[in-house]
Write a protein that binds this ligand. Sequence first.
Ligand SMILES: O=C(O)CCC(=O)C(=O)O
Ligand SMILES: [Mn+2]
Length: 217
Amino acid sequence: MTGDLFCASGAVGSYLEALSEGAVVLRGRALPVADALLAAIRTVADAAPFRRMITPGGFEMSVAMTNCGGGGWVTDRKGYRYTPTDPQTGAPWPAMPGVFLDLAEAAAAEAGFPGFVPDACLINRYEPGARLSLHQDKDERDYAHPIVSVSLGLPATFQFGGRKRADSVSKVALSHGDVVVWGGPARLHHHGVLTLRDGEHPATGRTRFNLTLRRAM
Ligand SMILES: O=C(O)CCC(=O)C(=O)O
Ligand SMILES: [Mn+2]
């Protein structure tokens, strides 16, 4: 299915744009539920506050993060992993909001991955100057499931490369409401976010939020 979606121009429909086989941008797909997503982020962050985590190498990340779902992605001096509880509060991560689940399942299906049920959502908060260097999402147990990534607030430049770090990277402008899905042959492709430029968004102010919905555990 995803193979059929890919064509050389990258344009496969009014709102679908293929990045590579197995990777697609769904333009504006989250717009109808953007306000509900932002309200749910606030509820999650009330229980599990955003924090800037420490990489195994000892650097503080510029992106602030929190999680919801049965597992949450964390990093500290011990490494990258999923935990069932928030190390900061000791409590289980907040439950995955229904609006996250419904959007992730629908977007994945439209991208050619039906039946996706995420059990973890990493919520990233970027302020101007924050960036996420090129990486693979590979701490999940089973790469058969795609990643669904939702952008809210300030626009950003997303980098999408290949399986190898040295593979060529394309730059994709992501705006409020855009959803990117990658799975199948693209599941382990490198990706990142360039330094966020300053700006003001009516829904989020000087902030970009990103949700990555994953099947982790
Ligand atoms: O913020 C984004 O668009 C990408 C986030 C990401 O790659 C991650 O959280 O692993
Ligand atoms: Mn990632």
